[in-house]
Design a protein around this ligand. Structure first.
Ligand SMILES: Cc1cc2nc3c(=O)[nH]c(=O)nc-3n(C[C@H](O)[C@H](O)[C@H](O)COP(=O)(O)OP(=O)(O)OC[C@H]3O[C@@H](n4cnc5c(N)ncnc54)[C@H](O)[C@@H]3O)c2cc1C
Length: 424
């Protein structure tokens, strides 16, 4: 038996069953879930839905009630660029049409340019035979639509619920919740975000680096139309992206060294609009209005392993990456597809879906794919920070060359779209 414990965590819980005395023995099957997913963000909610729809008895535990999304409210400041692979996964649950008809914005072009060398790179959906490169979607909307689909799919929802500790037994994992109740499942799936308490409980370490940057986000109105284009300008301190919103505004994600981020957050609205205009080289003209701002610390963090006995990690709990490529949640949703496919294949072959070699298969595939992507984004962040003139010239040469090599550009665009990802 192995496991871990968080001292003094607290929460309530609506539906959990009373905790049982721990033992090394087998559980009665009636109250044994197949899977307990901890963390109901976009990735955890998608995992619970995917696994329930594949026939696994699933529960989702989330510490905080998600903030509601409303059509008549100001769009959530947190938006993501969803890749076609993510939309296809959500479509498989019948949730994409609901999200799409609520409030999303398709982007068909991407223009990336280097402030120092002036070199630019353009992507166009049509070059790869697609209608769109992706969609800008509010996090809160995705989470809400997924949550609404949980109960109809048979997912047992526990919220607010916090896992205080868990113990691994011969044929199940026993979770102790902070309110004193318990829950048993054959497999524990941790999707509890970058700070993942469950990852720590499982004794899994991480490696990576702190970018010492914050991403400042806001929605801005601009003098010129965004033209369904995701714009991103690389500055020595970090990139600024202007992502097209459905109402004609753009959502900015501006990565800045810590001290600069603090300075930008403290500016009054007029000075902030001017600063965003300068940083984006007035590509969309002057910034004419802005919402409130928020900021998020940035780090590269990769879990040393995605798996332990009867335990897997996915989403930001397994990997957090720089937002410059807009891929964080897309990687997490690819974890979901891979985990579902791996577990289903084992079960349908009459094998134990929690057997170590099954979980290792999931872990091996996603860990190497995510590490490759995370390190490429990190290499981009490093290369765009170069300021020595010969290195700037080299970078400019590289960007221009990439822009001219059609097959390479299409391969990059296909990879970002998730064409080589697991089946949606
Ligand atoms: C500025 C910025 C821009 C980004 N842009 C993009 C983009 O364009 N495209 C993209 O793909 N990605 C983007 N990302 C990344 C993306 O936002 C994340 O990858 C994604 O939100 C992670 O989702 P998750 O469900 O794994 O984790 P989270 O959203 O962190 O969810 C974890 C959940 O677990 C819950 N939880 C934590 N601990 C416990 C516990 N002990 N018990 C129960 N529940 C618990 C939390 O309450 C939370 O709801 C961006 C990130 C940032 C910061």
């Amino acid at each position: 038996m192995s496991g871990g414990r968080i001292p003094g965590s607290a929460s309530g819980d609506a539906e959990a069953v009373p905790a049982r005395a721990k033992s090394g023995s087998r559980r009665h099957r009636a109250d044994l879930l197949d899977v307990a997913v901890v963390g109901g963000g976009m990735v955890g909610a998608a995992a619970a839905l995917a696994l329930a729809r594949a026939g696994f008895a699933t529960a989702l535990l989330e510490a905080r009630e998600p903030a509601p999304w409303r059509a008549d409210a100001e769009p959530d400041l947190r938006v993501v660029a969803l890749a076609p692979s993510s939309a296809a996964l959500l479509d498989g649950f019948g949730t994409w049409d609901t999200i799409r008809s609520a409030r999303v914005s398709a982007y068909r072009h991407m223009h990336v340019w280097d402030a120092e060398s002036g070199a630019a790179l353009d992507f166009d959906a049509a070059d790869s035979g697609r209608d769109t490169l992706g969609w800008i979607v509010e996090n809160r909307l995705v989470q809400q639509v997924l949550w609404q689909a949980l109960e109809p799919a048979g997912v047992r929802r526990l919220c607010p619920a916090t896992v205080a500790s868990f113990d691994v037994h011969e044929d199940h994992v026993q979770l102790q919740l902070a309110d004193g109740t318990g829950l048993a499942a054959r497999l524990l799936v941790a999707a509890d975000g970058a700070g993942s308490p469950l990852r720590s409980l499982a004794g899994i370490g991480t490696r990576g680096r702190d970018y010492a940057q914050r991403a400042v986000v806001a929605h801005v109105a601009t003098e010129r139309e965004h033209a369904s284009t995701a714009w991103q300008r690389f500055l020595p301190g970090g990139p600024i992206a202007l992502l097209p919103l459905g109402d004609g505004r753009s959502s900015i994600v501006w990565s800045l060294p810590e001290a600069d981020a603090q300075r930008v957050l403290a500016l009054d609205d007029e000075a902030f609009r001017d600063a965003v205009g300068v940083a984006s080289d007035f590509r969309l003209g002057r910034i004419t209005a802005t919402t409130l701002r928020a900021a998020f610390p940035l780090k590269l963090q990769l879990a040393a392993s995605y798996q332990a006995e009867r335990f897997v990690l996915l989403g930001d709990a397994a990997h957090s990456v720089h937002p410059l490529a807009g891929q964080g949640v897309n990687l997490g949703l690819r974890d979901v597809a891979e985990l579902r496919d791996t577990l289903v294949a084992a079960r349908d072959d009459g094998r134990d879906f929690c057997a170590p070699h099954v979980l290792r298969r999931y872990a091996r595939r996603r860990r190497s794919a995510n590490a490759l992507d995370a390190l490429s984004f990190d290499a981009m962040a490093r290369a765009f920070a170069w300021q020595a003139p010969p290195l700037v010239a080299l970078r400019g040469f590289g960007v221009r060359a990439l822009d001219r090599i059609g097959p390479l550009k299409r391969a990059l665009s296909g990879h970002a779209a998730g064409q080589s990802a697991p089946n949606p």
